[in-house]
Design a protein around this ligand. Structure first.
Ligand code: SF4
Length: 508
């Protein structure tokens, strides 16, 4: 179907929005992703470019480590005083003419957005790119209410037009290359508004112009906009959205009604605190010294911009996350994506394998906490996420707010294991293996005995030329399929150490 320019056709309501529900556990989903050569090529190219540029942008700042420490300290202070700061924000926004709503979970937040939109009489909304609204699956909820949602961020629009799912926090269509994007524009734009120009090629300026013309009609018709928030300043009630394209600025200024859905951890106490994050975020995210579009608004201003402003403060698992002294550092996250771009696991699997709008290292620690990892029985997909890492630590090195992601991953793995033990009366093979290992490592005498036995068996196998075939099929086979089994040393380090007169004993 081709729709003439200006025809307000709304076929979006007739088709479900894709969601991550039903994604298999990470190892399964990753296996499928790894078989996709095109995906790996697209991701490898894109992440290499972004992380190289980021490293150069960060190296320009001699005080980068001080900035990171300041960012972490401000966020920790916010988390410490969160209830009082949220109340201060509510008072500030209300005093400036806005309306504040509190949402415990996704259902409440979606219902509030739908009610506000219905009250305006609008049948569609334009949307600024926002992780919080993706987290609550707002698009699908509004579709069921008969309201169309038009994504206006270029990458989000590509994902929406392609009936696809995002695979990166900042660059949701990172898994697509230019020719795939051209095909999506040609096939899909005409179904939901202004068609792609005839003869469209995959040259970036042409693709950008096609998107600009298509979106312009949405902006000019929209009466309601929905956004997220990068930050909100408690002392003044100012809300901040940073973006690179200007589409956000159009959404935030043209419609009559603006609805912002904000996670409760996005607060900063004062304007002065913003200074730190407006330096940390652009360099970490897009390798820019300064963000191209930084929109800030405080309530409503008569005669200028939206005349109705609603701020929805979203919990959706954040209070539970806050109650975990180790896991709560995930709430410092400013969604810069730097950890994704350096992660060797993410680079190979892409974001969709994580089954969450938050992919990569931050997704592996945030999603399980927001969803609740200690539920009965353990949800296999959620429980698989803390294991989607090699614990190499590259994510911590680049994180602008110093989230120790490996520490939280190990912490959450412990929770998964304990929960799984509670769920299963019969121990799994892995639990048995680790039980034996724990028993063996408990005393030096047992360890010494195990070393001598393993050495003996290994030498026999090596003599018979069987090491290369070890161990064949079976539970250990998967481990050795991609690893060589090496011949054990003739004597253990501890035995050698004793011959040198070193202290230590197998006698306990
Ligand atoms: S965890 Fe750190 S590096 Fe990763 S997205 Fe959040 S702020 Fe950025």
């Amino acid at each position: 179907m081709t729709v003439a320019p200006g025809d307000p056709a709304r076929p979006l309501r007739d088709r479900p929005e894709p969601t991550f529900r039903g994604t298999p556990p990470f190892p399964e989903a990753a296996r499928v992703a790894l078989a996709d050569d095109q995906l790996r090529a697209n991701l490898g190219r894109a992440t290499t470019t972004i992380r190289t540029k980021r490293a150069a942008a960060v190296a320009e700042r001699a005080d980068w480590e001080e900035l990171r420490l300041a960012g972490a300290a401000i966020k920790d202070a916010v988390l410490h005083d969160l209830p009082a700061l949220l109340e201060q924000l509510e008072q500030s926004v209300t005093a400036a003419g806005g309306t504040v709503h509190w949402a415990r979970d996704a259902a409440e937040a979606n219902a509030i957005v739908a009610a506000i939109t219905h009250a305006t009489g609008a049948r569609d909304v334009v949307k600024v790119k926002s992780m919080a609204t993706q987290e609550i699956e707002l698009n699908e909820a509004l579709r069921l209410e008969g309201i169309d949602v038009w994504e206006t961020d270029l990458a989000e629009m590509i994902v929406q037009l392609g009936h696809d799912l995002p695979s990166h926090i900042l660059v949701p269509a990172i898994h697509r290359n230019r020719s795939e994007i051209r095909d999506i524009f040609i096939d899909e734009m005409g179904r939901v508004g202004r068609p792609a120009p005839a003869g469209l090629t995959d040259a970036p300026p042409e693709l950008a112009e096609a998107a600009r013309l298509h979106l312009r009609e949405k902006f000019l018709r929209a009466r309601v906009a929905v956004s997220g928030a990068n930050f909100a300043v408690a002392e003044t009630g100012t809300v901040v959205v940073v973006e690179s394209e200007g589409n956000g600025r159009m959404c935030l200024t043209l419609p009559e009604t603006l609805i912002t859905v904000m996670g409760i951890e996005k607060l900063v106490p004062t304007w002065r605190d913003l200074e730190v994050f407006l330096q940390l975020l652009p360099r970490s995210a897009t390798a820019e010294r300064m963000n191209p579009y930084t929109s800030m608004w405080t309530g409503v201003t008569p005669g200028d911009g939206p005349q109705a402003f609603h701020l929805i403060l979203l919990d959706n698992g954040r209070t539970d996350t806050l109650s975990d002294p180790t896991g709560r550092q995930a709430l410092r996250c400013i969604r810069c994506s730097a950890c994704l771009n350096v992660c060797p696991v993410y680079e190979r699997t892409g974001g969709q394998a994580y089954g969450s709008v938050y992919p990569g290292p931050i997704g592996a620690i945030l999603t399980p906490q927001l969803r609740g990892i200690a539920k009965h029985p353990v949800d296999k997909q959620t429980a698989s996420l803390p294991f989607a890492s090699s614990l190499c630590g590259a994510c911590f090195d680049v994180c602008p707010v110093r989230i120790d992601i490996p520490e939280v991953l190990v912490h959450l793995r412990g929770q998964v294991v304990r929960q799984s033990e509670a769920d299963h009366r019969v121990p799994s093979r892995e639990q048995v293996a680790f039980g034996v290992a724990a028993w063996t490592l408990r005393t030096p005498r047992r360890l010494g005995l195990a070393e001598r036995s393993a050495g003996l068996v290994g030498r026999v196998l090596a003599r018979r030329g069987m090491l290369g075939r070890i161990p064949g099929p079976g539970p250990v086979g998967g481990w050795f399929r991609a690893r060589d089994m090496r011949a054990p040393a003739r004597e253990s380090f501890r035995a050698w150490w004793r011959t040198k007169g070193g202290r230590g004993s197998d006698d306990r």
